[in-house]
Design a protein around this ligand. Structure first.
Ligand code: GLC
Ligand code: CA
Length: 541
């Protein structure tokens, strides 16, 4: 069985703005990341996915790129980037860059000349449309700022498209010249020595906006196959596409190695377990653990033979996992360990978002003035227009505000949590005196050590890398239980998602403990009582 490096790897996501500031301006940067590589090596992660570090006016914190081949000066220089790649390599850590090619900044030279350049050679790099009866072509709206996604360009008397903010202009992938320009840029980075791409909203690139097809356009898989062939095809390279629209079947379509597209995608099915499906993400809904399990299991079984899964609880767009699926009360670490164990037991490539390894929590704020996130600010305005008072609107914002995940990394209990020597661009979560890396590393029983062990197990254990997944049905709704089987080895992974003890019927077997979140795991299975948030992996024998 051929193995790719990323099939026994764990990836760590860094949000550069909030990871480590090195020069006291309150903004994380590349030298800051370099200074923390030893930390990441001790944790044991194999690769770092960096959220965008390219030149950008920061309308959406770097997801609006004005030069794909330059580094945002706030973060450092191209020399710093080269040094990061080589310093990481010395520690056996690979670098995965964020590829944002659904749109560029309106300040990208391509768009500037598309609008007003004399030759207009890049005009068709973007999506243009004529007015229909003197109006916008259709009712597509912009996700991040509300209102029409079409914007009038008086000079050319045409509309251009921005499905995100008015500073994120949609590219036209139907244009083969644009595609070639993107592939050249990707090859520039591949030649610099990076080992992968995370692909921003990749399910949208083949949009047909005039037909109101935004995701899964008819030519999507054709483009991805072409991209694969023209860029990383001859390397062992990690590619992970962000695809909010993808079903488990779609995930297989992207990642089935016989099609030569991507290594895997981020599929978000399990993250609807506390939302109303098809509803709006700002509306909370009690967590349905059954739904959560079914979504995760569907990906496991759909990609049992072909394709590959990504495994993740959170990222820079999502609330903190422990706040969402565990508890922030006294059992915070216990519940976070349960989430880690039950996710990292699955087949796929785990992604850890910075701070998850110490159980960082959401960071509610009192007023909209304290919110940076462009999306949350728009939603706030809309909620107020729909009649919510300020408190009610802030309550909703605090649940899903993307800033929850973007507060600075909590390294120690120094002022500003060791992230910076000055007030950071986004305030540190006040709980940093209790929740920080230094204190977590000092306590052998902490969540941090559980992550370190799970990462090591992923390297060492073929059963974790390749083992066949099988769900244990007929367990209570709040319990996740499944086996992984590889040759003579069978592991059982079990976790109680509730704050109450629950009795569960497990296979009659002696159990050898692999990892657990209570000091003592079960020695013998059968009828077993799981304590609040208890989780373990045991070998059956
Ligand atoms: C993706 C990114 C998000 C960004 C959006 C637009 O969802 O993860 O942060 O705002 O795309 O680029
Ligand atoms: Ca800085």
């Amino acid at each position: 069985m051929t193995q790719h490096w990323w099939q026994h790897a764990t990836v760590y996501q860094i949000y550069p703005r909030s990871f480590q500031d090195s020069n006291g301006d309150g903004i994380g940067d590349l030298p800051g990341i370099i200074s923390r590589l030893d930390y990441l090596a001790v944790l044991g992660v194999d690769a770092l996915w960096l959220s965008p570090v390219y030149q950008s006016p920061n309308a959406d914190n770097g997801y609006d790129i004005s030069d794909y081949q330059a580094i945002n000066p706030e973060y450092g220089t191209m020399a710093d980037m080269t040094r990061l790649i080589s310093e990481a390599a010395k520690r056996n850590i690979k670098i995965v860059m964020d590829l944002v090619v659904n749109h560029t900044s309106d300040e990208h030279p391509w768009f500037v000349s598309a609008r007003q350049g004399s030759d207009r050679s890049t005009r068709d790099y973007y999506v243009w449309a004529d007015p229909v009866d003197g109006h916008v072509p259709n009712d597509l709206t912009s996700g991040f700022i509300g209102g029409s996604a079409w914007q009038w360009d008086a000079e050319s008397e045409q509309y251009f498209l921005h499905l995100f903010s008015e500073k994120q202009i949609d590219l036209n992938w139907q244009n083969p010249k644009l595609r070639q320009a993107i592939y050249r840029m990707m090859n520039f980075w591949i030649d610099k020595g990076i080992s992968g791409f995370r692909m921003d909203v990749i399910d949208m690139i083949a949009k047909e906006p005039l037909n109101k097809v935004l995701v899964n356009g008819p030519r999507l898989h054709e483009y991805l196959h072409e991209m694969n062939r023209q860029t990383w095809a001859d390397r062992d390279f990690l590619t992970v596409g962000e695809a909010w629209s993808a079903s488990p079947q779609d995930a297989l379509r992207y990642s089935d190695e016989r099609h030569q597209e991507l290594s895997m995608i981020f599929q978000f099915g399990h993250l609807w377990a506390d939302r109303r499906i098809g509803g709006d993400k700002w509306e909370e809904h009690p967590l349905d653990v059954e739904q959560l399990k079914n979504a995760l299991y569907a990906c496991q079984t759909t990609m049992a033979t072909h394709g590959w899964n990504s495994l993740f609880w959170n990222n820079h767009d999502l609330p903190r996992a422990v706040s969402r699926f565990g508890t922030t009360g006294p059992q915070r670490e216990l519940s976070a360990k349960m989430l880690a164990i039950t996710l990292h037991g699955l087949k796929g490539t785990p992604f850890i978002y910075q701070g998850e390894e110490i159980g960082m929590t959401n960071c509610p704020v009192n007023s909209i003035d304290q919110v940076d996130d462009v999306e949350a600010r728009t939603i706030y305005r809309q909620l107020r227009q729909r009649g919510d008072d300020a408190d009610a609107a802030m309550q909703k914002i605090n649940v899903f505000n993307r800033d929850n995940a973007r507060t600075p990394m909590q390294w120690n209990d120094d002022p500003y949590a060791g992230f910076s020597t000055t007030q950071p661009w986004l305030s540190v979560n006040p709980n940093y005196r209790e929740i920080n890396v230094a204190s977590a590393q000092a306590r052998r029983q902490s969540l941090w050590w559980v992550y370190k062990k799970l990462i090591a197990l992923r390297h060492q254990e073929p059963v974790l890398q390749n083992g066949k997944f099988e769900a244990l049905t007929s367990v209570p709704a709040s319990v996740m239980a499944y086996t992984r089987t590889w040759k003579q080895t069978q592991w059982l992974v079990c976790g109680n998602y509730s704050a109450q003890a629950v009795s569960v019927k497990l296979p009659q077997s002696k159990a050898t403990l692999v990892i657990s979140n209570y000091p003592d795991g079960p020695g013998q299975l059968g009828q077993t009582v799981l304590r609040p948030y208890e989780a373990f992996i045991v070998a059956l024998n």
